[in-house]
Design a protein around this ligand. Structure first.
Ligand SMILES: C[S@@+](CC[C@H](N)C(=O)[O-])C[C@H]1O[C@@H](n2cnc3c(N)ncnc32)[C@H](O)[C@@H]1O
Length: 348
């Protein structure tokens, strides 16, 4: 999947094919404006205002406490990019906005759109990173409780859309009882796995600031003592010995460098019971830059700027597991989130 110049009529198709369209303008100016327009529409509550019924620009403005004329400009921009429709001066949600941008929907990405403002700010660090070679450590750069709240909720909304496929496709040993979810934040993967495997209970290990903001999200799931948070640091805490049947870590290893991940895999291997599994879920990319695709290539740079590493190759992830004495299995790619993979290994 990629973003790019898509012709809107026959003449544009011919022009694009003949190479005369200045595509860098679309890749930068239009991509930037599209992103910001959808982000702001979400943040100001435009989509939510239209959840129940079609409204005029004035009515949307009074719902969102915005200026009527400028609101109309935003609404027209959202029509132009396919997130709204307009009929008789009344605006209504297009299916993509109804499915993904309303709050409290099963596949809502609303909170993730709000988190995008923090990611946007992080991209301001690109030049510094390239000159100095020094990444931002995103977990040290998040300074306020509000930023941690947006981070945890932003991650949660992506995880919610993926959790049922994760629960279906994650290998869980027979009769598994104990799961450790490293950097598990909101706990949605643990919750989905515990709902599917009634004997399983889970501990979510995460940093103090994360647990403080993620605790209300987990509480809403009503899992009681079966899924609980533990405040800690996976790099320094004792993970135990032969204590877990499943150790799961999603979207965390891109924050750690190679040596740290190798050492973590070794400690995980010790902490697993025989027959236990170690599951690493990540956005990965191909070794050959050309084959990484737009998504893999851009995410690698973004993760490199915002954390200590970048995206890892599946072979590198499997190698940490193998070196730790585990037996890596064939990786799986998720259908509901292209670009996200899981690499599982078993303790024989
Ligand atoms: C990108 S989020 C992923 C959250 C969740 N696993 C998911 O996939 O939605 C990374 C999480 O790892 C946590 N984390 C980062 N470093 C950690 C550490 N050293 N120990 C425990 N948790 C850590 C962060 O606080 C954050 O909640």
């Amino acid at each position: 999947m990629k973003l790019g110049a898509i012709p809107e009529n026959l003449i544009e198709r011919i022009l694009l094919a003949s190479g005369v369209v200045p595509t860098p303008l679309i890749d930068t100016l239009i991509a930037m404006l599209l992103a910001r327009t959808v982000m702001v529409g979400t943040k100001l509550g435009v989509f939510q205002a239209l959840a129940l019924t079609a409204l005029t620009a004035d009515e949307v403005a009074s719902h969102c406490l915005t200026h009527p004329e400028t609101t109309q400009k935003l609404l027209n921009a959202l029509v132009g990019v396919g997130y709204l429709r307009v009929d008789n001066n009344r605006y209504l949600l297009a299916p993509v906005a109804r499915k993904y941008l309303l709050q409290n929907r099963p596949q809502s990405l609303h909170e993730n759109m709000i988190f995008r403002f923090l990611e946007w700010a992080a991209t301001e660090h690109y030049e510094d990173f390239l000159r100095s070679g020094k990444p931002l450590d995103i977990h040290k750069a998040l300074l306020s409780n509000e930023q941690w709240r947006l981070y945890q909720r932003g991650m949660g909304s992506i995880a919610k859309t993926l959790a049922s496929e994760v629960a279906q496709r994650t290998l869980v040993p027979q009769n598994a009882r104990d799961m450790l979810d490293i950097g598990g934040s909101h706990g949605y993967y643990s919750v989905a796995l515990c709902r599917r495997h009634p004997k399983l209970r889970a501990v979510i290990l995460d940093l103090p600031e994360a647990v403080e903001q993620a605790a209300p999200l987990l509480a809403q799931e009503g899992m009681g003592e079966r899924v609980i948070h533990r405040v800690g640091n996976t790099l320094t805490d004792d993970l135990g010995t032969e204590a877990w049947d499943l150790i799961f870590i999603a979207q965390v290893v891109h924050h750690f460098d190679n040596a740290t991940n190798r050492e973590l895999a070794r400690r995980v291997a010790r902490a697993l019971r025989v027959g236990g599994v170690f599951v690493i879920q990540e956005v990965t990319q191909d070794r050959v830059p050309k084959k990484a695709g737009q998504f893999g290539a851009l995410m690698n740079l973004f993760f490199s700027v915002t954390s200590q590493a970048g995206t890892w190759l599946l072979e590198e992830i499997a190698d940490w597991q193998r070196q730790a004495g585990l037996v890596p299995l064939k990786p799986i790619q998720f259908r509901s989130m292209p670009g996200v993979w899981q690499q599982t290994a078993v303790k024989r």
